[in-house]
Design a protein around this ligand. Structure first.
Ligand SMILES: CSCC[C@H](N)C(=O)N1CCC[C@H]1C(=O)O
Length: 349
């Protein structure tokens, strides 16, 4: 079944006749158009159209198999008005501004606009074989760059310089950083999103490197925590506990497992080590055209693992004023269980 046909069946269940797709990752996924932040897709019972502007006429023809209409709003909306007359048209509530909604309402007076959430997210969570290969390639690049930069993580280096090295090497290889790199040393390790600062790494520090490569639009995500010199006995114990939780959660991955159960499994291990409160975020998430996408691996998630999903497993423990540890692998859910896509070594601490 084509992606558009798959989407149409979802729309039927959502009670709408058509969908105005505005989330860039969804536009890209449906159309193949890589400048998706400047594109929209209208899916109707009769077909699907990619809307973009004249800066992309040639690129859209090269990249997308969908029929295209070149215009800028409001001409875009006026062109679509005929197609959506009398229809219930869903729109992506998470990715349409209030101003855009007002413009759509003005241009489509004879349509009913219906807010929808997560309509395509569920479809995108299970990757095609091509998407898996794209993510695998992104992770391979991340592993290569991590290996090159690992020797530079030593006392006297600034967090910022490590981050710059990683970014430069990703760029040189034709990729880019999937997100604002996290390089968090010593007490900065207590910040789960501790972006690289001017702090100079000291002997005895643990250093958390959370990095991803973006290649051909697809992302990877991986975290390693390494020791510079000899860390304190307390931080060694924390490292051991996080590693135990991470390995147990990875080993439990298979189709049919509830995402919330995986989160609980890792959380229970850290709680047994007295670190339940220190695990300040969810266990992981899906990765693809976006760094954070479905499924959500958290306590409240309704998601169930399926073969073809690509997920992170990333437990952590954060001790304010002291430091932190996070260990993260990127994992493909397979029919038989799982395949770990991230191959950078986890060092003994
Ligand atoms: C800003 S992207 C962060 C990537 C990272 N691997 C990640 O997803 N997380 C780090 C802390 C928890 C988790 C998150 O939910 O952001």
């Amino acid at each position: 079944m084509s992606k558009i046909d798959l989407l149409r069946s979802v729309l039927g269940r959502a009670g709408v006749d058509a969908l105005w797709v505005s989330a860039p990752a969804n536009v890209r996924w449906l159309s193949g158009f890589t400048s998706a932040e400047d594109g929209k897709v209208l899916v109707t019972p009769g077909g699907a159209t990619l809307y973009t502007d004249a800066r992309y006429t040639v690129q859209a023809q090269e990249e997308s198999g969908l029929p295209q209409h070149i215009a800028r709003p409001p001409a875009t909306y006026e062109h679509a008005a005929n197609t959506v007359r009398g229809l219930r048209v869903g729109f992506e509530a998470e990715s349409l501004t209030v101003a855009e909604l007002e413009d759509l309402r003005a241009a489509w007076p004879d349509s009913t606009l219906v807010p929808l959430r997560g309509t395509l997210g569920g479809l995108r969570a299970v990757k095609t074989a091509e998407e898996v290969e794209a993510i695998r390639a992104a992770q391979k690049l991340a592993d290569q760059v991590y290996g090159e930069v690992r020797p530079l993580i030593r006392a006297g280096a600034r967090e910022l310089d490590i981050a710059l090295e990683i970014e430069t090497r990703l760029r040189r290889a034709g990729g880019s950083s999937a997100f604002d790199l996290i390089v968090a040393s010593g007490p900065n390790g207590a910040k789960p999103h501790g972006h690289a600062s001017e702090r100079v790494i000291e002997d005895g520090d643990l250093v958390t490197i959370d990095m991803g490569a973006r290649l051909d639009g697809y992302n990877s995500d991986m975290t390693r925590t390494v020791a510079v010199g000899t860390p304190s006995a307390e931080m060694k114990r924390v490292y051991g506990a996080v590693l135990e939780a991470e390995e147990a959660a990875v080993a439990a991955i298979r189709p049919g497992v509830r995402a919330s159960d995986l989160d609980k499994l890792a959380r229970d291990i850290l709680t047994r080590h007295g670190l339940g409160e220190a695990f300040a975020h969810s266990l992981g998430h899906g990765v693809g055209l976006e760094v954070h996408e479905g499924p959500g691996l958290r306590g409240t998630s309704q998601d169930v693992l399926e073969a073809g999903m690509v997920i992170t497993i990333e437990p952590g423990a954060y001790l304010p004023g002291v430091g932190g540890v996070r260990i993260e692998d990127l994992v493909l859910v397979t029919e038989g269980g799982y395949e770990v896509l991230s191959h950078s070594p986890k060092e003994s601490v």
